[in-house]
Unconditional design. Structure first.
Length: 154
């Protein structure tokens, strides 16, 4: 999927487009997905990314810090920290913005095709069957081992 994103938004609609692009562009990065998976408090972490994206989009539109803070329901200090890259969320969102800049405002979000989903489904079925077969073999080995132990002790 490719969508041209306004890098210097002028309208509320353009701010929302940039904000959404920053959110999607950031959370679909493999390094960020891994961080989300490993985060203890995933909701707080995702909330920080969303706030940082909203702050950066509004900052690029020229909104003052206090107005951004009020609109996003955060303190001006939090907004400043995100924009300065003092938070991990702020740093990651800024990296995504820089990638958008290099791509000329084109957002590339990887999308899995129906054929790929079917391929993954088949592979999961194969692995499930292999697991079932291994469990049966382990159970047979356990039963034989119990028989041998009975013979040795009896």
């Amino acid at each position: 999927m490719s969508e041209e994103i306004p890098l210097k938004p002028l309208t509320k609609e353009e701010i929302r487009k940039l904000e959404l692009a920053l959110i999607l562009g950031t959370i679909t990065r493999p390094d960020v997905l891994e961080k989300i998976r490993n985060a203890e408090d995933k909701l707080t972490w995702l909330d920080s990314l969303i706030v940082a994206a909203g702050a950066l989009a509004r900052d690029r539109a020229g909104m003052p810090i206090e107005a951004i803070a009020e609109e996003l329901g955060r303190s001006p200090t939090t907004i400043r920290n995100h924009l300065a890259g003092k938070t991990e969320a702020g740093r990651l969102v800024k990296e995504t913005y820089d990638m958008l800049m290099k791509a000329g405002g084109k957002l590339q979000v990887p999308i899995v095709s129906a054929a790929e989903v079917e391929q993954f489904r088949k592979r999961v079925e194969e692995l499930e069957q292999q697991l079932k077969d291994l469990r049966e073999r382990v159970e047979k080995a356990r039963v034989k081992l119990e028989e041998v132990l009975k013979e040795l002790s009896g």
